[in-house]
Design a binder for this molecule. Structure first.
Ligand SMILES: [Zn+2]
Length: 422
């Protein structure tokens, strides 16, 4: 069979697997596949069986990540790894994560149907617990694999079962003691490339009317979860010139950040600002008091490490400016950061060529979300991502990806694979 036909012929398999993981996670109106729990475990079983049916060799690592390997007889180069995750948030959608794993299986099925004998291993990975809701920490499978698990993470507790991450991993067949040693479960230098297909979490492809995008980068972030603004409590009648109103300072601070965001974007430097928590202290606030205290959180993301450094300096300037203008103290408090995931330029060029050859229009976009791909990129693995058009965003029950759009991304992926494995 010609490759093009072999790819198109995988649509029933793709649909069957998408429907299969939907049935496993069914939690109307949404989908819940709990990490290291029944939902994720059953989805792993379904995908393992689909891979084994294609002659792939199944194994799990110490964090219970599932690997399915289409082995070359005499591998001439390190494996090409295609990965994503099968867990979801509580009341999420069906496609965030699962679409990427299923795309990997479909690509291998297409290679087999076309009678291709690969010159190097092609591996599909179902990475564990990508979603941060389960342990308050995301990307756990890829962190474990590449020794990027923060100190103490194995003691974090599962939001539903209350079991520690170490206990949860052991129950899924992993080996927390091996993880305790903090060594990579596999050598990043032994991975030829890491590829991930993921639904787009913003509506840019819907807006552009295109099925697939080559991802340019995943965002890195700077986070301050507990920002505190202190002014002075006062009576509602106090004239403006006497006030040290912490609530208005919080609003001023947030609007300054939004202004910065729009300026940066207008200058061609994409980023995002999210104030997820924004409130006066609930135990004291009232209709008739000027609040002297205000709390908020800040997630600031950008796609370039130097840009993040520059933004942090601008954040400090905004803090000083608002504090002076409003006569308040702004304490940013606890800080965490993550590096952006930069995609490999030759890989992006290869995807573009494969898309052109297949007659598939592709956009070039920054990803809204952080993915397991960030960990592979940070570990020095050549990393590439394709984003698939998807209505209604993600992390909600109304994710809506068309199977045909996923098929288009599988065609680009498989077309590129042919250039490196056939
Ligand atoms: Zn995801």
């Amino acid at each position: 069979m010609k490759l093009e036909q072999a790819i198109a012929a995988q649509k029933p398999l793709v649909q069957k697997l998408l429907d299969g993981v939907a049935a496993i996670g069914a939690d109307p109106p949404g989908i819940t596949r709990d990490a290291y729990g029944r939902g994720e475990n059953e989805a792993h079983d379904l995908i393992r069986k689909a891979g084994e049916a294609l002659g792939m060799r199944a194994s799990i690592d110490a964090s219970a990540n599932l690997s399915l390997c289409l082995a070359a007889e005499n591998p001439e180069a390190p494996p090409i790894v295609i990965g994503s995750h099968l867990d979801s948030i509580v009341q999420g959608g069906n496609f965030d994560g699962a679409a990427g794993v299923i795309a990997g299986i479909a690509a291998v099925a297409a290679l087999r149907a076309a009678g291709i004998t690969p010159r190097r291993d092609v591996e599909v990975l179902a990475l564990r617990c990508e979603e941060a809701v389960w342990f308050g920490l995301g990307l756990i499978g890829s962190r474990c694999m590449l020794a990027r698990l923060p100190q103490g993470a194995l003691e974090l507790r599962h939001a539903r079962t209350g079991k520690t991450l170490a206990e949860s991993i052991a129950l899924a067949g992993g080996d927390p003691e091996q993880l305790q040693q903090g060594k990579p479960l596999r050598d990043p230098a032994g991975i030829g490339a890491y590829l991930e297909i993921h639904i787009e979490q913003a509506p840019q492809l819907i807006e552009a009317g295109m099925p697939v995008a080559i991802c340019l980068a995943n965002p890195g972030n700077l986070r301050h979860p507990f920002i505190r603004i202190t002014g002075e409590d006062a009576h509602t009648g106090l004239p403006h010139r006497f006030r040290r109103d912490a609530a208005l300072a919080g609003a001023d601070f947030s609007l300054c950040l939004e202004k910065l965001w729009l300026e940066e974007e207008a200058a061609g430097r994409p980023m995002a600002v999210t104030i997820g928590r924004f409130h006066t202290p609930a135990e004291r606030h009232s209709l008739t008091a000027v609040s002297g205290e205000f709390e908020l959180s800040l997630d600031l993301r950008a796609y370039d490490a130097a840009h993040l450094v520059a933004l942090e300096a601008k954040l400090q300037a905004i803090v000083s400016e608002v504090a002076a203008r409003r006569r308040v103290t702004i304490t940013l408090g606890e800080r965490s950061s993550a590096a952006p995931g930069l995609m490999n330029p030759p890989l992006m060029a290869g995807f573009a060529e494969a898309a052109t050859a297949g007659g598939i229009p592709v956009a070039r976009l920054h990803s809204a979300g952080t993915h397991d791909a960030n960990n592979f990129a940070a570990a020095g693995v050549k990393t590439g991502m394709l984003l698939v058009r998807n209505q209604n965003g993600s992390h909600n029950p109304y994710e809506a990806m068309e199977t045909d759009d996923l098929m288009a991304s599988i065609a680009v992926l498989t077309g590129w694979l042919m250039t490196v494995i056939a």
